[in-house]
Design a protein around this ligand. Structure first.
Ligand code: HEM
Length: 458
């Protein structure tokens, strides 16, 4: 069946969606749904309505209309700070860096590092992005021809390669090895950490992977602290992102980051800077296998723009179809599928009372497939993002919105475009999973059973 779909041209590709929750469930069932896949706990009404207040569990509101999401994330963001759950899950690794900090502590750190992510500067990193893609191609080239590759893991390695080579000093082998070892513990512990955090279970409660994760994290933090120390002692100044972060100061106060804040933010960039983009690329490659006619159009574009030479900075703006493809992949499979906030005080949304401490869930996955917002929401069609198409704010928001919008959005978009272009020009991909890939939320959106593919280099 799949082979027939892959060989045909211009078929309508409809993607199955994660089944929503039909009726409210109690706390125990909720715990297991959250551990299995938090997207399964989103009520069916969220795909149809602007706002949903479930009767069970209480204290949660789903905000699904773009204008309401804009109120929470932009217009009235002071009333809706980040919820403590993300901090609880991520802070063992990212401490009090800009992803997890709040209030004034966040504001000055954001101002301090903002200058590192200017669009023009990011274009300097295009060769590092190409090298990340080449690292995946080299792995596939060296493998036996029939080998089935875990493309989701290969994309994590490729995007880690990119961020490590842009932000870390060149001698980062030890850090990389520790991150690779820690990834398994993180993966094992994540479902339980999410479920325990969402239901506010006590922090001391053990769960699988917790102890290993704590050990790896401590080691990683001390390795990164050592790198900072070594660079500070170094007699030869270097102009890389690492040195620029070390030297960054708040434009308003002149204050720089302490060593601990430097470790927090370096680990934040390492984590947030690759674990998300890798998911965008994994799902984009899945769609390449499911929409072969589009794959050919992208190959033709890359050939026209860059021929056989490596993608260069000046090519990026001309890879328009590739960029549309990436956007459509992130619409259907947003790498960060939900954004959460908390009501700081009693307030209202869309005329409904919202009590202090209510959890506000902005389900990006749902908004991106909402029946009131998109024609044929489950149908794959990159031309939705062709020039001339504009969407109201927060209707398409893979990077969030408002003051806490992703600081790496431009970096990630350029990277995903460059890496996808490099990969599809060099290889053909065939998805060999048993059935359609099922998206599961683990803070980032991963394929439940991995992304097994045969890869034939051209
Ligand atoms: C496709 C790739 C990416 C996606 C989909 C993505 C998505 C997001 C989203 C949705 C947020 C906002 C979360 C919220 O409001 O609660 C965010 C924040 C953030 N992202 Fe990304 N991101 C991506 C790539 C990157 C990259 C490449 C970097 C760094 C190089 C990065 C660094 C950050 C940081 C530091 C924050 C916190 C910003 C703040 O709170 O001020 N992200 N990201």
């Amino acid at each position: 069946m799949r082979a027939a779909v892959q060989e045909s041209v211009s078929v309508t590709l409809r993607l199955t969606r994660v089944p929503p929750l039909g009726a409210p469930v109690g706390r125990v069932r909720q715990f297991f749904l959250l551990a299995k896949n938090p997207l399964l706990s989103i009520p069916a009404a969220a795909y149809e309505e602007p706002i949903v207040v479930p009767t069970r569990p209480r204290g949660v509101v789903y905000v699904c209309a773009p204008d309401l999401a804009g109120e929470v994330l932009l217009d009235r963001h002071h009333r809706f700070p980040k919820d403590p759950l993300q901090k609880r899950i991520l802070s063992p690794l990212t401490g009090n860096g800009i992803l997890t900090a709040g209030g004034e502590d966040w504001r000055w750190q954001r101002r301090t590092v903002a200058g590192l992510f200017r669009h023009s500067d990011i274009l300097h990193f295009v060769p590092a992005m190409v090298a990340g893609a080449e690292s995946a191609l080299a792995r596939w080239r060296d493998a036996p021809p029939d080998e089935i590759h875990a493309v989701d893991r290969d994309m994590v390695s490729a995007t880690y390669h990119v961020i490590a080579h842009t932000i870390l000093p060149s001698d980062h082998a030890e850090v990389t090895a520790t991150i690779e070892q820690g990834a398994a513990a993180f993966g094992a512990g994540m479902p339980w950490a999410i479920a325990s955090g969402a239901l506010n279970l006590p922090r001391w409660m053990p769960h699988p992977g917790k102890r290993a994760l704590r050990r790896q994290t401590a080691e990683l933090r001390s390795l990164v602290a050592g790198m900072i120390d070594a660079r500070r002692q170094s007699a030869s100044p270097q102009d890389d992102l690492f040195s620029r972060l070390l030297a960054a100061t708040d434009p308003e106060t002149g204050r720089g980051l302490s060593d601990e804040q430097l470790v927090d933010n370096l680990l934040t960039f390492l984590l947030a800077g690759h674990d998300t983009t890798s998911r965008a690329l994994t799902w984009a490659l899945y769609l390449v296998t499911r929409a072969p006619d589009w794959a050919e159009r992208l190959r033709a574009e890359v050939a026209e723009v860059a021929g056989d030479r490596p993608i260069a900075a000046e090519d990026v703006a001309r890879l328009a179809l590739t960029r549309q493809f990436v956007d459509e992949a992130m619409r259907l499979f947003p790498p960060v599928p939900t954004i959460t906030r908390i009501a700081a005080e009693d307030t209202e949304l869309a005329g409904l009372p919202v009590a202090a401490r209510t959890l506000i869930v902005i389900p990006v996955y749902v908004i991106h497939r909402h029946r009131l917002l998109w024609d044929e929401p489950d149908t794959f069609d990159p031309s939705r993002f062709a020039p001339g198409h504009a969407y109201p704010r927060c209707q398409f928001m893979p990077f969030g919105a408002g003051p806490r919008v992703c600081i790496g959005a431009a970096f990630a978009t350029i990277e995903a475009t460059v890496v996808l272009a490099t990969l599809i020009r060099a290889a053909d991909f065939q998805y060999v999973g048993e059935e359609d890939a099922v998206p599961v939320s683990r803070i980032v959106l991963v394929p439940r059973d991995g992304m097994p593919m045969r890869v034939s280099l051209r």
